[in-house]
Design a protein. Structure first.
Length: 1047
């Protein structure tokens, strides 16, 4: 090679005799043959060594000479650096220079150093030239002694190589021939003493070290480094631990510290400290061709055993497609550990042997690593499996397919690394492809975090929808309808409450008129408009006076989101905003005309229609006559009397909030006569909020809905001083307890501790009178407590067995004290319930509903002892439970159950749990079995009380699907300790696969009561009524199907 800095250079793959007329000989250590063109050599990042002339032994030089040499280097830069920016003329010819982001960062850093000595941060996406920006600063500022800190050994080697040859500065003509190369030292291990360290430092212009070596050294060595350096650069600062760097930074005092990063968020999710003086947007990086678009190909696989196979197949298919299109791409498979690397490597080796997969990890020798990378560079291999080895410390632009078998700490960095497009990139490099399993919770959470870090990822990341669920497609299409280029706020990460004020409109809407109501100075982001869905989103920024005093120089910054939707069919405008200070009438009239009218008063309470078992928790009343008391708030048992007053029209309902059930889910609903609707429900998908608007709008505009009827059917709590005169069917823990982790609560009886998932509460007797008692059962013990009533109070008294203790977290209390704070719920045969001293009775219209006789199902019980309920450890073939299991095992075809689980025992969810997954639906069946009280079937009501109570209590699990599968897992793990299993079909792996699929599949619950002691042909009205109460409860709460099986 001729005319390289005025010299003639020979390049070889091994040491050779010096050819005549050659000034230097460079050996490429990782190649056996030379690349065909010099454009593919990229010698700055290849492992090389000079074989001629012999390397100068700097250590043999006197320290005085070395110091003089470093000064000469810095002096040579004086007036030799040109601030020249790359530009393209009218004929398309590119004139070399620094890229725009590099120029911007260079000027920003120089400007910052003129006015401040505080640490600063430069954010430049991968591929925009961070290292060359460092080199430009080194030379332009004539930095005498620079310390460069990097996170890894690989980066230390790469960055030091760039400082040795000054990267592109000479090639682009930014540094004249008179500009000398700096003396660069690599601190690979810390010196033993300060003198030897100073000897090394003082011979260098630049020292490159890993943060771990420099920051974790002894204090006198850290002090020596800090005293030597005049400036500090930190590369890939997002990797730096906050505590590690904070301690080390104090050593440098007021010396300039500049942090370079591709993302301002550290690996732990927190912001990199230091003022951000330059932040180059991702969208500009892509627009200016520094960053390739990324196709994100999600796979959806909930079975861990085949997830790697699915990712591998998708990634290899993408690679083969690119290669067939004459794109010079290679594939990187990323994993979290060496064992995982070996496992995944074998998978690629087995299924893509023609692509010669390689593996690289930290336990390999240098020779092994070089061999793998040599095969990759020479394209004898196109796949490499790595354990976070090929991150920012490896430069191969052809790595354009990334298979994320394990999620990287920062998805943003992985994507930038894959999407970068460097100066040395050839023309046959196309767009990047990233493959990951979105069924993996880590992937889903990282994607959300990605949008939170930088909203522009919503535009840069092309998420392909193959295999996506209907809901995911709907969400993707909805967000795509906004058509905005990288908004300041990621629309994917806006999670509004299900709330709104609603306006009746006459004409059409004109969202362009938002500016008439919202001044431009307040508009921070947006408005972003989805024309098809008639939705607008924007964010405002307001500076407001501090509330604690008249301090005019201090202002609070308030950020508010606004979401508007106009339903053309219903002629309604919905406005959702985090600003609840007004009903936004000016905004409504701006977009929908002066005739837009707020829906308020009695009409707003129509939104409660369809909410079954609605319990008003808070009720505000306006007094229409009284002048002394104009408003009163009521809660708990006080609501009943207050509501009666409201219905008599001498009070007006001002606002209320309550809970109930709608569409098979528990909901909270609030509304105010001033026109506001709200709920605790959160819309993690903006399209869900729009759907909610349509549902509410249909109620508000329905002339057939009577608010008087709504309030006649609410559940009214009533304080009682004696037990209800109904038969107790079931007992359950408090809501607080039911929402704790079952394996984090201990129940102790007589010194023996059981977990919550092993404990059962049940009525001690099934009678409508006499003491009301609760039996606490664990696998090893039982105790009975009696509920005793007094004036406005209740106590729980131990009457049988040993005292029970409850421990959760650091709290441990006796059960009688625990229940006073978190009272249990007792369910009765008339549909009512009791919590402490408050009875919750159903409205008279709902209290008595009989089960349809023709819906009763009878089975053949021949060979079954109808007085034997459980199959037990021996799987007794004459038990009721065994007959149920055998029938389930016999089901075939698409209705075949994937899991059949024996959950019998204290703490059971049901005696048998069966699970079938098909067509985006997880069908769970609970079979509650009960033995007959007599040898022959009949019409005994007592045969149904307990089992109907179990059915009603178990419906809770429909609202907690993740806990449902966790409960089964915990009980199986406990059973396995005895050498047995609860699975009649399936295993823990199958259970885990189904559980993970909950993110994409809807859970449906069907509850069966199996009691062969009831003869279907002879069933009594009382039995039908009890079954009817049970079915009504299941339907009105979680919309569960119910079936009864008898003889």
């Amino acid at each position: 090679m001729d005319d390289i800095a005025g010299e003639r250079l020979a390049v070889a793959t091994k040491t050779i005799a010096v050819p005549p007329g050659v000034d230097r000989v460079l050996v490429i250590r990782d190649a056996t043959v030379l690349p065909e063109t010099s454009a593919d050599w990229d010698l700055a990042v290849r492992p090389t060594r000079w074989s001629y002339p012999p390397v100068f032994d700097l250590g043999a030089e006197s320290i005085e000479s070395s110091i003089s040499r470093t000064r000469q280097v810095v002096d040579s830069w004086n007036s030799s650096f040109q601030f020249k920016e790359e530009w393209t003329d009218d004929e398309g010819v590119i004139h070399p220079g620094l890229r725009p982001p590099q120029m911007g960062a260079l000027y920003a850093a120089l400007a910052h150093w003129r006015v401040s000595t505080k640490p600063a941060t430069v954010v430049m996406p991968t591929g925009t030239g961070k290292t060359d920006t460092m080199l430009a600063l080194l030379v332009a500022q004539r930095i005498r002694r620079l310390l460069v800190l990097v996170p890894s050994d690989a980066l230390r080697e790469q960055v030091s190589g760039k400082f040795v040859n000054l990267g592109w500065l000479k090639k682009l003509g930014l540094l004249g021939d008179e500009g000398l190369y700096p003396v660069v030292g690599l601190l690979k291990k810390m010196s033993k003493d300060r003198d030897s360290l100073n000897l090394m430092l003082n011979r260098c212009n630049v020292v490159v070290a890993t943060m771990s070596i420099a920051a974790n050294s002894r204090s006198e060595l850290r002090a020596a480094i800090a005293q030597w350096a005049t400036h500090v650069f930190i590369d890939e600062a997002h990797h730096v631990s906050a505590t590690t760097w904070a301690a080390f930074r104090k050593e440098f005092g007021e010396k300039p510290v500049l942090q370079f990063t591709a993302t301002p968020f550290r690996s732990d999710g927190k912001l990199v400290d230091g003022k951000v003086i330059f932040n180059y947007p991702l969208s500009r990086a892509q627009a200016e061709k520094y960053f390739k678009p990324i196709r994100f190909r999600p796979v959806v696989e909930y079975n861990d055993d085949v997830a790697d196979m699915r990712i591998m197949e998708e990634a290899v298919a993408a690679l083969r497609s690119d290669v067939e299109a004459n794109l010079d791409h290679v594939l990187m498979a990323r994993v979290r550990s060496i064992p995982r690397a070996i496992e995944v490597y074998r998978l690629y080796k087995q299924h893509a042997p023609d692509l010669n997969p390689q593996i690289v990890h930290s336990e390999q020798t240098d020779i092994e690593k070089l061999a793998s990378l040599r095969a990759l560079r020479g394209r004898t291999s196109r796949i490499i499996v790595a354990v976070d080895m090929l991150g920012e410390g490896f430069d191969l632009p052809q790595l354009k397919v990334a298979a994320l078998h394990d999620m990287h700490k920062s998805l943003a960095i992985t994507l930038q690394f894959t999407g970068r497009f460097t100066r040395s990139s050839a023309t046959n490099i196309g767009d990047a492809t990233v493959v990951a399993n979105i069924a993996d919770v880590d992937v889903a959470e990282n994607l959300q975090a990605l949008y939170a870090e930088d909203a522009e990822w919503g535009e840069l990341l092309r998420v392909l929808s193959e295999g996506a669920t209907e809901a995911e497609v709907r969400r993707s299409e909805f967000l795509g309808g906004f058509g905005e280029l990288a908004p300041k706020v990621a629309l994917q990460n806006i999670f509004p409450k299900m709330s709104a004020v609603v306006y009746q409109t006459e004409g059409t809407w004109t969202p362009d008129n938002i500016a008439k109501a919202i001044k431009p100075a307040r508009m921070y982001a947006g408005p972003f408009t989805n024309v098809a869905e008639k939705v607008v989103v924007f964010v405002t920024k307001d500076l407001e006076q501090v509330p604690w005093g008249d301090v005019r120089d201090l202002k609070n910054t308030t950020w508010n989101v606004f979401i508007l939707h106009w339903s053309e069919e219903q002629r309604l405008l919905f406005i959702n905003s985090s600003d609840n200070s007004s009903v936004h009438e000016e905004l409504a009239r701006a977009v929908c005309g002066l005739n837009a009218t707020l829906i308020r008063g009695e009409q707003i309470f129509k939104s409660l229609h369809g909410v079954s078992r609605f319990l008003i928790m808070n009720l505000g009343l306006r007094h229409l006559i009284s002048k002394t008391v104009q408003f009163s708030m009521h809660s708990g048992s006080d609501v009943g009397a207050a509501l009666t007053l409201a219905l008599r029209q001498n009070r007006a309902k001002s606002n209320l909030f309550g809970r109930g059930y709608e569409r098979g889910a528990r909901v909270t609903v609030g509304c105010s006569q001033k026109g506001r609707l709200w709920s605790h429900r959160v819309a993690y998908d903006l399209s869900k909020w729009v759907d909610w608007c349509h549902e509410v709008g249909a109620k508000l505009t329905n002339p057939d809905i009577s608010t008087e009827d709504i309030f006649k059917n609410v559940v009214i709590p009533e304080v009682v001083s004696a037990r209800p005169d109904a038969v107790p069917l079931a007992v359950d823990w408090s809501e607080e307890m039911l929402h704790r982790r079952e394996d984090s609560v201990d129940i102790e009886i007589a010194g023996i501790t059981s977990k919550l998932f092993e404990v059962e509460l049940q009525p001690d007797t099934v009678a409508s009178e006499g003491p009301l008692r609760i039996r606490v059962r664990t696998p090893d013990a039982e105790s009975v407590y009696e509920i005793r009533f007094a004036a406005n109070d209740v106590s729980y008294v131990l009457v049988e067995g040993s005292a029970v203790y409850v421990a959760a977290g650091r709290k441990r209390e006796s059960l009688e004290i625990w229940w006073r704070a978190e009272p249990p719920t007792v369910y009765f045969s008339d549909g009512s319930s009791l919590i402490f001293n408050e009875a919750y009775k159903l409205p008279a219209t709902e209290r008595r509903v009989s089960f349809a006789r023709e819906e009763l199902v009878s089975w053949d019980w021949n060979g079954i002892n109808i007085r034997k309920e459980s199959q037990g450890p021996t799987k007794a073939p004459d038990s009721i439970q065994r007959r149920v299991i055998d029938r389930l095992l016999a089901v075939s075809g698409e209705n075949r159950f994937d899991i059949i689980f024996d959950d019998d025992g204290s703490g059971e969810m049901a005696d048998v749990v069966a699970v079938n997954v098909q067509n985006g639906r997880i069908e769970v069946c609970f079979y509650h079995c009960k033995y007959s009280l007599q040898d022959n079937p009949g019409a005994r009501i007592d045969d149904l009380y307990v089992v109907c109570g179990q059915a009603q209590r178990s419906v809770f699990w429909k609202g907690e699907p993740e806990r449902l599968f966790r409960h089964l897992q915990l009980r199986e793990v406990k059973r396995q300790r005895t050498g047995r299993t609860r699975f009649e079909r399936g295993d823990l792996a199958t259970l885990a696969t189904v559980s993970r699929s909950l993110r994409a599949n809807r859970l449906a619950l069907k509850i069966f009561v199996v009691q062969p002691g009831v003869k279907v042909d002879e069933v009594s009205p009382a039995q039908l009524e009890l079954l009817g109460v049970t079915e009504l409860y299941l339907r009105e709460t979680y919309d569960c199907e119910f079936e009864f099986v008898g003889s």
